[in-house]
Design a protein around this ligand. Structure first.
Ligand code: ADP
Ligand code: MG
Ligand code: ZN
Length: 474
C-alpha cells in the first residue's frame, strides 16, 4: 500500500448561547415540549419580518477576535435556499460572500507538538429544526429552528483524526472561555462536517468527500478513520474518489454516500431582502475585543510558568472556565497556588461533577474557598470537616467560618483537654502502646485515629500526632 497524505478541512457549527433566537424573541433553550419555543417568525409563516439579535452578532465577533480573524465592518445576510422540512421557510438565512469574520487561526498541541490550523471564515446563520423519525412517520420539532449558529470553516490544514479532534477540543475551549457557546456535543450544540481527501506527496490535493453532521468527538475520529480506509481502497484498486456528501452511521461505524455534493449555485444564494446589512464601527469591535477574557491556552501557560503548577494540574484546572476563574480568584485572595489547585481538583471538581447537572460546576466563590483553605491552614478545621463545610455553603452565600460554627466543627485546639483524652486512650489500649515502645511507629496512626473517633474528627491532627507520640514515649 502506498502512502497517501491525508488532508482534512472542517466546517464546525456551534450554537450561540444567547437568551433568544437569531431573528425572533423565542427562547433559545435546549429541549422542551416539541414546538413550544416557536412563533410565526421561526415557524416560517408567510409575510413575517425577522429582527436581528444584536447579541448574536456580538458573540460572533467575540469568536472572531478570540482567534484573530479580521472582523468585517460591513457584512450582510443571504438566503440559502433548500427544500427540506427541518426549515419551514425553505431557505436558511445565512451569510455568503460577506461573513462577519474572515481568517484567523487556532493553535493547539497534539502529540507533544504545537500545531496551527488556519480558519477561512466564521459566519452567523440560523439553525434548522429537528426531524423526529418514528415508526412509519416523521415529525418536526422547530424548537431549534432559528437558534443562532456560527459556522467556522477551516483551511485544509488538518492531517489526521488526532489533529482534527485536538483542534475541535481547542476551538470548543476557546468558545466556552469566551462565554458564547457551551459546545455541548451531547446536546448537538457543536457539530462538525469533515471534508477529506487523499493525495500523493508532491501532487495536488485529491477529490474530497464531505461527511456531514458528526456530533461527537468520537464519531469525528471514527468517521475520519473509516473514510481514510475507504478512499485508500478506492484509489488502490485503481478507482476514483467521487466528490459527494456522505453520512456516517455511528451504530455500524460505516459511512455511506447520500448525494453528489451540492454546489453553491444549487442553493441559489441571494441577498436577504428583509434584513439590513450589519455595519460595525472600529469602536464597536475594539470594545468587544477589549472585553475578551484570558483564554485557555494563555492561562494554562501562566499556571505552569508563573504559578509553578504541573502540566497535568494546569490542564485539569483549565478544562472548565468556571473552575479556572475560581482558581484565579482564590489565589488572588492569598491562597497558595498548589494548595488551592489540589483542593479544587479533588473536592470542588468532584462535587461539581455530581451536583452539576444543572450546569453549575462550581458552587462556591473564591472568597468562600480561600476562607476554607485558611481555616484548614490555621488548623481550625481538618480536611474531612472541610467537606461538610463545602456541602453547607455550596450555592449559598454563607461564609465558611459561619458554616463551621453552624455545624459545630471548630477543631479542639486545647492541648490540655486533648492530653486527657490521649491518656485515656493509651490506658485503654496497653497492647498497641507496648508495640510503639518496642519501635513500631505504625501504631501512632491507630492512636490518632482513636482520638479522632472520640472527638468526631474535631481534633487538630498536628497537635494530636505530637501529643500521642510524646505521651507514648513517657
Ligand atoms: P464548499 O463551499 O463547497 O463547502 P469550501 O471551499 O468552502 O467548499 O470548503 C469546505 C471545506 O473543505 C473547507 O474546510 C476546506 O478546507 C475543505 N477542503 C477544500 N478542499 C479540500 C480538499 N481537497 N481536501 C480536503 N478538504 C478540502
Ligand atoms: Mg461548505
Ligand atoms: Zn420564534
Amino acid at each position: 500500500m502506498s502512502d497517501y497524505i491525508v488532508t482534512i478541512g472542517l466546517e464546525v457549527h456551534c450554537e450561540l448561547k444567547t437568551e433568544s433566537k437569531l431573528f425572533c424573541s423565542c427562547v433559545n433553550k435546549f429541549g422542551g415540549e416539541p414546538n413550544s419555543h416557536t412563533c410565526p417568525i421561526c415557524a416560517g409563516h408567510p409575510g413575517v419580518m425577522p429582527v436581528l439579535n444584536k447579541k448574536a452578532v456580538e458573540y460572533t465577533v467575540k469568536a472572531g477576535c478570540a482567534i484573530g480573524s479580521r472582523i468585517s465592518r460591513f457584512s450582510k445576510w443571504d438566503r440559502k435556499n433548500y427544500f427540506y422540512p427541518d426549515l419551514p421557510k425553505a431557505w436558511q438565512t445565512s451569510q455568503y460572500d460577506l461573513p462577519l469574520c474572515v481568517g484567523g487561526e487556532v493553535r493547539f498541541d497534539v502529540g507533544g507538538e504545537e500545531k496551527t490550523v488556519r480558519l477561512n471564515r466564521i459566519h452567523l446563520e440560523e439553525d434548522a429544526g429537528k426531524l423526529v423519525h418514528g415508526a412509519g412517520f416523521t415529525a418536526v420539532d422547530y424548537n431549534r429552528c432559528g437558534v443562532p449558529l456560527i459556522e467556522c470553516v477551516t483551511e485544509p490544514d488538518i492531517h489526521s483524526a488526532d489533529e482534527a479532534v485536538a483542534f475541535l477540543e481547542e476551538l470548543a475551549g476557546i468558545f466556552r472561555y469566551c462565554g458564547i457557546s457551551d459546545c455541548k456535543m451531547q446536546e448537538g450544540s457543536i457539530r462538525a462536517d469533515v471534508n477529506l481527501s487523499l493525495s500523493r506527496p508532491g501532487e495536488p490535493l485529491g477529490t474530497r468527500t464531505e461527511t456531514k453532521n458528526l456530533n461527537s468527538f468520537r464519531s469525528v475520529r471514527r468517521a475520519i478513520e473509516a473514510e481514510i480506509a475507504r478512499q485508500t481502497e478506492v484509489l488502490e484498486s485503481g478507482g476514483k474518489v467521487v466528490q459527494e456528501t456522505r453520512h456516517f452511521d455511528d451504530a455500524s461505524g460505516t459511512g455511506y454516500g447520500m448525494r453528489s455534493k451540492e454546489d453553491a449555485q444549487d442553493y441559489r444564494y441571494f441577498p436577504e431582502p428583509d434584513l439590513m446589512p450589519v455595519v460595525l464601527s472600529d469602536a464597536d469591535i475594539d470594545a468587544i475585543a477589549a472585553a475578551l477574557p484570558e483564554l485557555k491556552r494563555a492561562r494554562r501557560a501562566r499556571y505552569t510558568s508563573e504559578l509553578g503548577l504541573s502540566d497535568y494540574d494546569a490542564d485539569v484546572l483549565t478544562s472548565d472556565p468556571a473552575v479556572a476563574d475560581l482558581f484565579d480568584e482564590t489565589v488572588k485572595l492569598g491562597a497558595v497556588a498548589k494548595k488551592a489547585a489540589n483542593y479544587i481538583m479533588s473536592e470542588i471538581m468532584r462535587k461539581g461533577k455530581t451536583e452539576g447537572e444543572d450546569g453549575v460546576t462550581v458552587g462556591v466563590t473564591g472568597a468562600q474557598l480561600s476562607d476554607i483553605l485558611s481555616l484548614v491552614e490555621k488548623g481550625e478545621i481538618n480536611l474531612v470537616a472541610s467537606k461538610d463545610v463545602l456541602d453547607k455553603i455550596w450555592q449559598t452565600d454563607m461564609s465558611a467560618s459561619e458554616a463551621v460554627d453552624k455545624l459545630g466543627l471548630r477543631q479542639n485546639n486545647d492541648a490540655g483537654e486533648i492530653e486527657k483524652l490521649v491518656r485515656d486512650i493509651i490506658a485503654a489500649n496497653p497492647g498497641p502502646a507496648d508495640d510503639f515502645r518496642k519501635g513500631n511507629e505504625k501504631v501512632l496512626s491507630f492512636f490518632v485515629g482513636q482520638l479522632m473517633k472520640a472527638t468526631k474528627g474535631k481534633t487538630n491532627p498536628k497537635i494530636a500526632g505530637d501529643l500521642v507520640r510524646k505521651l507514648l514515649s513517657e
